[in-house]
Design a binder for this molecule. Structure first.
Ligand code: F6P
Length: 407
């Protein structure tokens, strides 16, 4: 990339507690490689189209602010769920995007996001090649769902997994305070992939035996059969905790709970209410106390419990994304190639964006217990290294400090 060209970075899709660490890595990488101007698009590609662009030097100008950014959850730049049309020469949307990129003298666009965001990188790089533009397009992965192919795991998953395992362990403690029978359902995000729900198994240790059951979208649920299983378990122990994915489906592949007709730009059904549904039905069928806990956005915003491994990796993959662009790569996503579990080691590489865009990765069946209600050692070995380590806190008036790009 010619030295005089600038870089623009955007964030897209659901946020995580680590996505801003990747932004910090991109910004630091750009400065390290001598890129003069680093711009941020507000609300991803949708904001770029409206020319909502900020100069990151205005706020990220000190080591302290970079450290704060790493500890700030949600998307510092704002996000979007915007699907670009098929790239075709002369398409007005692409013409506008490339005009804006030329106006700001952009040589590299980095997009931090999940499989839908990689669709954006794939389309922009395809259009660039159609019009012989030299702008480079680099994808940096993120998602608490951990459902991107090729990469061993995604930045954001480790921190969310650490929060889920910790919260489940606390919920299990609270669930057995009364001398009565109860079933607590804890609803965890992840759409069609159960990685984050499975991470609840990391709570099972010498201090804690829960959760008792893990319901994953990878396994079609026989609701009647499961209620029988619960009934039998209640004969053995009073208080049961069930980690349930928001995306569990019945045996015909229909979501157990689905927000009727509500879909986002990528056609994903908006999910919520699974724990509530399960708690109501179990209360009616078994007549025991039930509780529904929907962790909701807390699981992707819990920066007070970040995994240091995750935050360091998120930073490095952003930094090396810039390096890849400088070296001439385009239409690629950066990814983690795990070399060893113990000691844990992953190497950052790049792959063709076409291998990733719009593809969802599920938990392998061989990592799920035979009865389908839990995970086995293979999953634990995989997930444990990703939640390791804690970051030092930066606290103001007793609560965590964050940094905001909103003026
Ligand atoms: O994309 C990640 C994710 O957090 C999913 O786990 C969840 O289903 C979805 O985003 C929620 O999206 P939104 O914040 O747009 O409602």
């Amino acid at each position: 990339m010619e030295e005089k060209k600038n870089l623009i970075v955007g964030q897209s899709g659901g946020p995580t507690a680590a996505i801003n660490s990747s932004l910090a890595g991109v910004y630091s990488g750009a400065k390290h490689y001598g890129i003069k101007k680093v711009y941020g698009m507000r609300h991803g590609i949708e904001g770029l189209l409206a020319e909502k662009i900020i100069d990151l030097d205005d706020t990220l100008d000190s080591t302290f602010n970079i450290e704060l950014l790493k500890r700030t959850p949600s998307s510092y730049l704002g996000s979007c769920r915007y699907k670009l049309p098929k790239p075709e020469a002369g398409n007005e949307i692409y013409k506008k995007i490339f005009e804006i990129l030329e106006k700001y003298n952009i040589g590299m666009l980095v997009y931090i996001g999940g499989n839908d965001s990689m669709d954006t990188i794939q389309k922009l790089s395809e259009y660039a090649s159609m019009i012989s533009s030299s702008i480079r397009f680099i994808g940096v992965p993120k998602t608490i769902d951990n459902d991107l192919p090729v990469t061993d795991h995604t930045p954001g998953f480790g921190s969310a997994a650490k929060y889920i395992a910790t919260s489940i362990s606390e919920i299990v403690r609270d669930s057995n305070v009364y001398d009565l029978k109860s079933v607590t359902f804890v609803e965890i995000m992840g759409r069609n992939a159960g990685w984050l729900t499975a991470a609840s198994a990391l709570a099972q240790n010498k201090f804690n035996d829960g959760p008792d059951f893990i319901l994953l979208p990878e396994i079609g649920l026989d609701l009647k059969g499961f209620i029988k299983v619960l009934d039998n378990k209640l004969a053995e122990k009073n208080n049961i905790v069930v980690a349930v994915s928001e995306g569990i489906k019945d045996q015909n592949g229909n979501y157990i709970s689905e927000d009727e007709g509500n879909v986002d730009a990528f056609g994903h059904k908006m999910l919520s209410g699974t724990s509530d549904f399960m708690a109501k039905i179990v209360k009616t069928e078994l007549g025991v106390k039930t509780r529904a806990i929907e962790i909701n956005t807390l699981q992707r915003a819990a920066a007070h419990l970040q995994s240091k491994t995750d935050i360091d990796e998120a930073f490095n993959i952003g930094f090396l994304g810039v390096k890849a662009g400088i070296e001439g790569e385009t239409g690629v996503m950066m990814y983690f190639d795990r070399v060893s579990d113990a000691p844990y080691l992953s190497i950052i590489r790049k792959c063709d964006i076409n291998l990733v865009a719009n593809i969802e990765k599920e938990i392998p069946r061989g990592w799920i217990s035979e009865d389908g209600f839990g995970v086995n050692e293979k999953f634990i070995e995989y997930a444990k290294p990703l939640i390791m380590g804690e970051l030092s806190n930066i606290v103001c008036d007793g609560i965590q400090s964050h940094i905001s790009s909103l003026k």
